[in-house]
Design a protein around this ligand. Structure first.
Ligand SMILES: [Fe+2]
Ligand SMILES: [Fe+2]
Length: 318
């Protein structure tokens, strides 16, 4: 196993005093209107009445101002620093998969070291969020075992925040993701901060299709670098047998401008259109399964270990 201690993700490393874990949830829970009827009819998933603290989900209006500022600052840094060149460099670095070797389950346990201080709906170890979303989907889609495993692993890329995996700043690990290499869509949260991104005024990158072409397919589009793309790289390069929809869910689950606002659709191909349906189903479980539904880890562990064995090699390179 190689230790990973001296990598500096660029000279742009920024210390963010308070981790802003799941800032994507912070932003979206307050703006996505969810119709409970729609949830019930979509696979039978019912949104719980309250979160882990007995409060309404997506209730951020009353959140302390300080938290709001932290999230805004992180988005500012993300929008300024995630350039086409930065993403290329990060993908190159992380495609090497030379940081560690461990099983998928070991990584689920490791994720508990990632501190999540700002997610108001979650006061439990990260592994609980993974298992709660996976178990909720399993209940409603019992035959789609690939989707259960996809839910279990979708956030594992957050280990990017740990020193051994580069200790990346929040702006390069969590938050909504968006394409680079073409114009930033106005539906991105805190769009105004893109104006300070060097790509904003670069004619190569600031047209609707930029360096891409209509219908080229999302797999040909560079996305801002974070836990989605990293986990996708890990799964793909280790030869997972998860279906294309599973990889799509992992890779784009934070792509809110697309899956919740319909932006960037001109870059999709037919396969993306099919896969997007699964992502939209998955998203509801990702957002709303963070309630105090207790999961007996030891009880469900054998099931997930069997899925890991089915879809991944025993040792995975990270
Ligand atoms: Fe995520
Ligand atoms: Fe998640």
């Amino acid at each position: 196993m190689q230790q990973f201690s001296c990598f500096n993700p660029s000279k742009m490393t920024v210390i963010v005093e308070n981790p802003v874990e799941d800032m994507e949830l912070y932003e979206h829970k307050k703006e996505i209107h969810v119709d409970p009827d729609e949830l019930v009819s979509d696979g039978g998933f019912t949104m719980p009445d309250s979160n882990a603290f007995g409060q309404s989900f997506r209730d951020y209006e009353n959140a302390e101002n300080e938290r709001h500022q932290i999230v805004e600052r992180t988005y500012r840094l993300q929008h300024i620093n995630q350039t086409y060149d930065y993403v290329k460099k990060m993908r190159e670095e992380y495609s090497r998969l030379d940081k560690a070797e461990m099983s998928i389950w070991e990584c689920c346990e490791l994720l508990n070291d990632v501190v999540d201080e700002s997610d108001p709906d979650l006061d439990e170890p990260q592994i609980m969020h993974l298992l709660q979303s996976a178990e909720a989907i399993r209940k409603d889609y019992p035959n789609e075992d690939w989707l259960h495993l996809t839910a279990l692993i979708h956030d594992l890329g957050k280990i990017l925040l740990l020193p051994r995996f580069g200790g990346l700043p929040q702006w390069s690990a969590v938050g909504d993701i968006f394409p680079v290499g073409c114009a930033f869509d106005e539906s991105n949260v805190h769009y105004q901060f893109f104006k300070e991104n060097p790509d904003f005024n670069n004619p190569k990158y600031n047209t609707k299709t930029g360096v891409y072409s209509e219908g080229c397919g999302l797999s040909n589009v560079l996305m801002s670098f974070g836990h989605d793309d990293y986990m996708y790289l890990v799964a793909k390069e280790n030869g997972t047998t998860l279906p294309s929809a599973g990889l799509f869910v992992i890779r784009y689950h934070s792509f809110y401008p697309l899956h919740s606002r319909g932006a960037y659709k001109h870059l999709m191909n037919e396969e993306d259109v099919e896969n997007l349906k699964w992502l939209q189903i998955f998203n509801k479980y990702d957002l709303y399964s963070k309630s105090k539904v207790p999961i007996d880890v030891e009880k469900v562990k054998p099931y997930y270990l069997s899925l890991i064995e089915k879809y991944f090699p025993a040792k995975v390179k990270w």
